[in-house]
Design a protein around this ligand. Structure first.
Ligand code: LLP
Length: 417
């Protein structure tokens, strides 16, 4: 996390003191580094330099308009899984023709909206969805650009909840069914086959599963070619891992070099849908220690961020570093479970962390830029956190902290009888 570092024992994001951000905007607050986001995106873009490929940021990882805008300005496309995601992408300044629409269940209204907007491609995940897209396009007298998300049945070797390329997952179409479905699609009047895609899982720390998937997809592309179906782009999804603790995932450059090697001289354009590897280490979640509590066998640091702000530890037992904003030698180190105020035993941000803290201290939950804010909720009637973007020595609030009025907006009580 080079954009986050200690100087004089105080944690900075770029050239901004994080304790100042907490002071100005309160806690819990997500803070992102513009520089880190740009560098991570450019690692992909530069590795693909000179080619006509697309890097479509997976909006689900972080959908704040300012984040999307920074990426759109660099030429990123977007991978969306809902109409809302597409609207966000467009609202942020992204181009519709650089959007791919993924997800197992696209509603007719969403398909209509995306066709009208002129997206690059629908990533189709079932036979039924193909029929629906064809029929919506027919009603609109349009041609829908499509790709099938093929499930190559490879083990991504990652957490079962975020592994998606195995037969038993709900995602994609079975590779054995692909030739038949592509043939059928070729016979439909309102879809145009342009691609093939896969997404085998998230937080992959090895290149091998990507290569296994590619071998299978390239063989399928060759088979289709002999049947007169030509595939223009290969979308390899997202999934490249990041370092949370001691993982050493391949860099985008290493990954893309291996991909380009395998593509060799085929005339395929590539699409990538990275989410985590663009934003995870570009963000932290700031939180204040409310109370220290000592039970017979455990010490708890009760902080003002909770599972509703950052769900990953509770849902996946994800490990996120927790650092003090100010390194301080005056207290003694103790092992704490860092927990939030939500009424669930699963409400923790970290377990058994060695910290020397007192109530009132500020902490940063690290690697929080991906699947942090976007998975947050209002559970326990808690307002969602503020979001701040740091750019060199300036910080901008890019989302206001929610208010109680926001929480009850749209709710109504029954009239008195
Ligand atoms: N494309 C598709 C079709 C996806 O389903 C995903 C993520 C991505 C791209 C982006 O994958 P990434 O590059 O971020 O690995 N909430 C979980 C992660 C769920 C990933 C879902 N799909 C977590 O916090 O670890």
């Amino acid at each position: 996390m080079d954009s986050f570092e200690y100087r004089d024992n105080r944690l900075h994001c770029e050239n901004v003191l994080l304790s100042k951000v907490a002071e100005e905007f309160g806690t819990p607050t997500y803070v992102y580094s513009r520089d880190a986001i740009e560098l991570a995106y450019l690692a992909y873009a530069n590795a693909l330099q000179g080619r006509d490929d697309m890097v479509c940021f997976a909006i689900k990882a972080n959908s704040n308009l300012a984040v999307l805008n920074i990426l759109a300005r660099l030429g990123a496309g977007f991978d969306v899984v809902s109409q809302g995601g597409l609207q966000r992408g467009l609202e942020s300044g992204g181009r519709a023709d650089r959007v791919v629409f993924s997800g197992v269940s696209k509603q007719s209204s969403e398909i209509r909206y995306a066709l009208q907007a002129g997206i690059h491609c629908f990533n189709i995940e079932s036979a039924a969805e193909l029929e629906r897209i064809n029929s919506v396009a027919e009603q609109m007298a349009m041609l829908a650009p499509i790709s099938f998300r093929v499930n190559p049945n490879v083990d991504a070797g990652t957490h079962p909840y975020i592994s998606t390329g195995l037969k038993e997952n709900k995602f994609g179409i079975a590779i054995e069914d692909a030739p038949r479905l592509y043939q059928h699609a070729a016979s439909l009047k309102h879809v145009k086959i342009i691609g093939m895609d896969c997404h085998i899982g998230s937080q992959l720390t090895e290149i091998a599963p990507f290569m296994d998937a590619m071998d299978k997809l390239l063989a399928l592309i060759d088979t289709l070619e002999t049947q007169g179906i030509s595939i223009k782009h290969l979308d390899l999804g997202g999934g490249l891992g990041v370092c949370y603790t001691d993982e050493v995932p391949p860099t985008p450059q290493q990954y893309i070099d291996a991909v380009l090697d395998k593509i060799a001289d085929r005339e395929l354009t590539l699409i990538f849908e990275p989410g985590r590897s663009i934003v995870a280490n570009a963000g932290v979640l700031l939180s204040e220690v409310e109370y220290l509590k000592h039970n017979e066998s455990k010490n708890f640091a009760i902080v003002d961020a909770a599972m509703n702000d950052m769900l990953r530890p509770a849902l996946y037992s994800a490990y996120l570093d927790i650092l003090p904003l100010q390194i301080n030698d005056s207290q003694e180190f103790q092992e704490y479970d860092v927990v939030g105020p939500v009424c669930e035993t699963g409400d923790f941000l970290g377990k058994d962390r060695r910290l020397n803290i007192v109530a009132g201290d500020l902490l940063a939950v690290c690697s929080a830029g991906a699947y942090g804010f976007t998975m947050s909720s209002n559970y326990n009637t808690r307002t969602r956190a503020a979001e701040v973007m740091v750019d060199d020595n300036k910080s901008y609030q890019i989302r206001a902290r929610e208010t109680f009025a926001d929480l009850i907006k749209g709710e109504k009580i029954l009239p008195q009888d």
